[in-house]
Every structure is written in C-alpha cells, then in structure tokens.
Design a protein around this ligand. Structure first.
Ligand code: MG
Length: 291
C-alpha cells in the first residue's frame, strides 16, 4: 500500500517534469487562435500606450486593460495567477515604474514627468494566451532612459530575427546579450521569456543571454514569448514585501519589451501586433512594430 503510494507520486512527478521539458508545437488551427489572442492583447497594449502621461495612475491603466479584455470576451491571464508557493497576482497588468523590473502592482500614485513605466499584460481567449510588454516614457525623459528603452526594443527585434526553424534557443539569448552588453546594461538573469500556448508559461525557458548553437532546436509551430529585461545598473534583483514586485538591487531604472511570436517555416511571425501594425508591416514599414 505504502509503496504504491510512493510509486504513483513519483510517476506523477516525473510526468510533470517531462511535461515541463516538452515543447508543444502548435497546429494551424492553434496558430490561428494564437493570432487572434495576440491581436487582441496588442490592441490593449496600444490603447494603454496612448494613455500614458504625467498624472495618470497605474490603477487607471489596469482598469482600462481589464475592461478591454473582458469586453472582447477574453480573460486577464494574470489575475489570480499563482505559481507554486506564491500569493495570487491581483491585477490584469503588471505595472513596473522606474527601478521596478517586472510584476509591479498597480497603485494610485500618479505617474510623473521623467518616469518610465513598464506594462506587461496577457489575455486568454478561446483557450490560448497572448503576452506582451513595453516600457514607455512619462512625458519628457532623460537621454539615458531613452537609450535604455530603445536598446531594449532593439534587443527584442534582434532576438525575434533568430527565430527560424533549425536555429537554437541559445541563439535568441545570445542576440540579446551581445547587443545589451555593448551598452553595459545589466541583463536580468532571474526572469526569462518562455514558450506560450494554452498555458502562459510553457517550455522552453528563453533566457536573455546564451551561447549560439546551444539549447533546444527551434521548430515550425513553436510559439515563444520573448522578453528582454535590461537594467541601467546591476543585473541583480530583489523582490518587495508584496511578494511580487521585482526591483533592481541598486535602485537604477529597468526596461522591458515583449512580443509573443510563432515560428513558421518561413521564420518568425509576431503574434502581438494590432491590425494597424500588421497592415503597416505588410507595406514594409518595419519600424512601427517595436513593442
Ligand atoms: Mg511573458
């Protein structure tokens, strides 16, 4: 009796571990759903981007994001999200101001001129998840911060350019690392991008550093959420008392950019673009697709 209990425990555990390692390739039908939810969350992202100005609070941004998702028939994926040993995340968006890197709580403190704010958001629609993030200036910001945001977006674009069948996950991290290090930025190691699909976090982990030609082989049908997080100072992080908000250890600012993408036979397809951005991309205006 006792031994079978232990046996089933172990077999269940090993299934979980195996499941975590397995990368799920999406069918054409799955990819259509990923496109739908990707566009939906991109519309939310762009609506929030337009609202950011001195005086607005992250609670106001959160309320708009949650309403847009629910009005579209989607669920805010972050609300109630509870990794093992954590308290459930209470908001539809992560709002991380200045030295906050990721997972910040919305609050009623007005954003002020010169701040930067990183907004991360995810929706579930028809069983699939879209996940995207960006960092925006609040009013006029310093050139130092403008460059941090620009380089973070460039890192994301360079990472996406690696996403062709038969390349490796290490190529993605390498692309981010070599660009970020030119500027001396701290590359966050404690948090990574991830596979995405029916679950927000699927295999593989996609680190923002790495060696070319290492790690998992990239195949058509895989969907990734790629998300460089760059710090003006140290790469080291700490978590605040709310158990979620991650900040830089040295208190210097941090930027974040994220797209969900699909790997097709022809290369990467960014899923988290608005209708307008997709049309612009078709017309060859690539510069408009930065997260
Ligand atoms: Mg993500």
């Amino acid at each position: 009796m006792e031994s079978s209990k232990i046996g089933s425990f172990f077999s269940k555990l090993s299934q979980v571990l195996l499941g975590k390692r397995m990368i799920i390739a999406k069918s054409q039908k799955d990819l259509d759903r990923m496109r739908e939810v990707g566009e939906l969350i991109a519309e939310v992202r762009e609506a929030l981007r337009r609202m950011i100005e001195p005086g607005i609070t992250t609670l106001e941004l959160n309320a708009v994001a949650e309403k847009m998702m629910r009005d579209a028939g989607a669920t805010p994926t972050f609300i109630g999200y509870k990794p093992h040993g954590m308290v459930p995340f209470p908001f539809a968006i992560c709002a991380s101001v200045n030295e906050a890197i990721v997972h910040g709580f919305s609050n009623d403190i007005p954003l002020k001129e010169g701040d930067i704010v990183s907004l991360d958001m995810a929706a579930t629609y028809n069983g699939f998840v879209g996940d995207t993030a960006f960092t925006a200036p609040v009013g006029e910001i310093t050139d130092e911060l403008k460059q941090l945001i620009r380089v973070t977006e460039e890192c994301l674009a360079l990472a996406i350019e690696q996403c062709y069948p038969n390349k490796r996950v290490g190529d993605i991290g390498h692309a981010v690392q070599q660009h970020a290090e030119k500027y001396g930025y701290g590359i966050v190691r404690d948090y990574t991008g991830h596979g995405i699909g029916r679950a927000m976090h699927e295999a593989p982990q996609i680190a923002n550093y790495g060696r070319p030609g290492t790690r998992e082989k990239i195949r058509a049908g895989y969907c990734f959420a790629i998300e460089p997080m760059l710090n003006l100072g140290t790469q080291e992080t700490k978590t605040l008392e709310d158990k979620w908000t991650v900040v830089t250890k040295d208190g210097k600012p941090s930027a974040h950019a994220e797209h969900s993408i699909a790997i097709t036979a022809d290369g990467p397809e960014i899923l988290t673009l608005t209708k307008e951005q997709k049309a612009a991309l078709k017309n060859g205006k690539k510069e408009t697709v930065a997260a």
